[in-house]
Design a protein around this ligand. Structure first.
Ligand code: XMP
Length: 335
């Protein structure tokens, strides 16, 4: 529509005026905000933009492929996929403390990112700007994050970015006066697919903090497969609710849903065999801002399908339990 088009045009003009002929680098996380900035910058400055996707290996099943698809096929930018999965697993080996996991993952992100920036500068055209998906609420909240300090520092506050000695970027933050809903509308108008624009909140450290205790490749694979089933079934359930209520994002939809893998095993039986395998925890909440959340009263048939599918389709899992705790006193995530 007209308003959205003129907002996009204004943003593009502003980016061009600021950037001129210089190069811009952007860290793509797969989330809404960085994707919308990338799409805007793509329209404004095309190949002057380099998108760096640091793949830590903790995104959900299929997501890295989706990010790559969108920013190689749909937008004409310079896209770099950094395969850091092995390095992250190595760094996290034996680490069980949630906050330490977050610190390691956050610190490594910038190491990977600056390594790429340094590489890019080798061709004699240094990168002058760093584009970021900072949105208006990030600015209001920075310092005292709503999530109790758990949210990643990456996108929040300028001086929290740990620039190495001698490294300097000017920042461009084209979304810094938009609210989340407006950012989503921008994303849609720019042609980003729904699975990016309407992505549910997802923590920066990703599945690494949904594996309780230490992380390894086997647990990661189990969690990805179980989580994919949870998402498939609850996406379908949400569509059903949308169809009934006639509106998207109605307060009756499930807001955030995922699987968690605890570090215990339990006894089960399959055929004539005793099993000793992992449980998967299903978490599904209703919320509007993540400050408080209510566990979702999912219908039994939906719960039964999820449980049946996970134990049948994911090797190494013999039990599914449902977290029936609200926030407070629990949090949405388990770590
Ligand atoms: P909690 O678990 O504190 O989560 O109830 C509230 C919201 O924040 C998300 N979350 C995070 N987001 N980095 C993020 O970017 C993090 O480390 C992090 N931890 C929690 C969580 O998914 C929920 O939407």
């Amino acid at each position: 529509d007209w308003t959205m088009d003129s907002i996009i045009d204004d943003s593009i003009e502003a980016i061009r005026a600021e950037v001129g002929d210089d190069r811009v680098i952007l860290g793509l996380s797969g989330g809404v905000d960085s994707s919308v900035v990338a799409a805007l910058c793509a329209r404004a400055i095309g190949k002057q933009l380099t998108c760096v996707f640091v793949n830590h290996g903790f995104l959900r099943k299929g997501e890295p492929e989706e990010v790559e698809e969108v920013f190689t096929k749909q937008f004409d930018v310079d896209f770099i996929h950094v395969h850091a999965e092995e390095r992250y697993l190595e760094l996290l080996r034996g680490v069980t403390d949630p906050e330490q996991k977050r610190r390691i993952i956050g610190t490594q992100f910038w190491k990977e990112f600056f390594a790429v920036a340094e590489d890019l500068a080798q061709d004699g055209r240094p990168v002058k700007y760093l584009a970021q998906g900072t949105i208006y609420p990030d600015i209001i909240e920075s310092g005292a994050r709503k999530t109790g300090g758990k949210a990643s520092t990456i996108k929040s506050h300028h001086n929290l970015i740990p620039f190495p000695e001698g490294v300097h970027f000017d920042l461009i933050e084209p979304l810094d006066h938009f609210f989340k809903d407006e950012v989503r509308a921008l994303g849609t108008a720019l042609g980003l697919p729904d699975y990016i624009v309407h992505r549910q909140p997802f923590p920066g450290p990703g599945l690494a903090i949904r594996i309780i205790g230490d992380v390894d490749a086997e647990k990661l694979s189990i969690l990805k497969n179980a989580d994919a089933i949870v998402r498939e079934e609850l996406d379908t359930y949400n569509e059903r609710l949308f169809a009934e209520t006639g509106e998207r994002n109605s307060e009756h939809s499930v807001w955030q849903y995922f699987a968690v893998l605890p570090d215990i095993k339990s006894v089960g039986v399959m055929g004539d065999e005793r099993t000793y395998a992992r449980p998967v925890i299903l978490r599904a909440v209703e919320s509007s801002d993540a400050m408080t959340a209510d566990w979702a009263r999912l219908p039994y048939d939906v719960l039964a399908r999820i449980s049946g599918r996970i134990v049948a389709e994911v090797p190494g899992v013999n039990r599914v339990v449902y977290d029936i705790t609200s926030k407070p006193p629990a949090t949405i995530e388990w770590e």
